[in-house]
Design a protein around this ligand. Structure first.
Ligand code: FPP
Length: 280
């Protein structure tokens, strides 16, 4: 069984329905969603979660009405401007992932500034995915790998070799994915990274997903047995061995961690400007 998720990822769904139920415009739901993100970040700090990654805008969300897209992007700029001091004072390191080439210069500048100002935070890594799609990520990583290895063929590319080029690098793989709002799908979020992640689907709409809901998700996670393709018996045997040798990890997953990845990678992905901040 697990004890504590080191990396939580959240698909924040249900802002629109939250506002519709109250006969309010969708923009109000998104505003409340942003405010709830602030509370959930605080709860993660209190609960000693080290990495939190949230899905704020997908590559498919451009299909929404233009006014809603504009509202969301205004909100992202405002969030970055207003939250930065608080994030800094709480020791939170902010990073934005996704294809930033379509962003306004104002948003790009604000992202760069926010990342620079919070770069020394060690309490929590907050990663916000904007204009992110899992398929896009895998494709950009493959292209970046090929650009960095012009004399190698794709036959030589391995799973471990690709990972430093994914835009989540060097975050550890997510332990727990939470999706609010009642849907049970990944919607192209971190599809590579979540291969072994525990998936928790909640009917609660995002603006109402509070610290108690977060705790329920974490309690549920604590009951899961992560087998990584092994049998129950193998897991039990390896846990007993660890306990005997005093090395029980409390469920820390045997996944790729930042420190186990190559440190000299570079990338031509479109979020390249943000990546050097995270290279060790
Ligand atoms: C999905 O709910 C939510 C989004 C597409 C936007 C997520 C944005 C926020 C939580 C607010 C801002 C975030 C930051 C980083 C400032 P939906 O609109 O699809 O809801 P519905 O399914 O009920 O219509």
């Amino acid at each position: 069984m697990n004890s504590h998720p080191n990396h939580i990822v959240i698909i924040m769904d249900g802002n629109g329905r939250w506002s519709k139920k109250r006969l309010m415009p969708r923009s109000v739901g998104h505003l409340m969603g942003a405010s709830n993100l602030r509370s959930v970040v605080k709860s993660c700090v209190q609960k000693k979660v080290k990495h939190l990654t949230v899905f704020a805008f997908s590559t498919e969300n451009w299909r929404r009405p233009p006014e809603e897209v504009a509202t969301l992007f205004d909100l992202f700029v405002r969030y970055l401007k207003t939250e930065i001091t608080e994030l800094q004072s709480q020791g939170i390191r902010l990073r934005v992932i996704g294809d930033q080439s379509a962003f306004t210069p104002e948003l790009q500048e604000q992202i760069n500034l926010s990342q620079r100002l919070t770069a020394n935070g060690t309490v929590l890594d907050l990663t916000v995915a904007i204009n992110y799609g899992g398929r896009w990520d895998i494709l950009q990583a493959t292209r970046a790998w090929q650009n960095a290895h012009p004399y190698e063929s794709l036959e030589q590319l391995t799973q471990e070799g690709l990972e430093p080029y994914l835009c989540t690098y060097p975050l550890p793989e997510p332990d727990l994915l939470i999706r609010t709002g009642g849907e049970s799908r990944l919607s192209n979020f971190l599809i590579w990274q979540c291969a072994y992640t525990e998936l928790y689907f909640s009917d609660v709409l995002w603006p109402e997903f509070d610290e108690h809901e977060l705790q329920s998700a974490m309690d549920w996670y604590a009951q899961r047995v992560r087998r990584y393709g092994k049998t129950d018996e193998q897991i039990k045997a390896s846990m007993s061995k660890k306990i005997e040798s005093g090395k029980a990890t409390g469920g820390v997953s045997p996944v790729t961690t930042a420190s186990s990845l190559p440190s000299n990678s570079s990338s031509n992905g479109s979020n390249m400007a943000t990546r050097p901040l995270f290279l060790k």
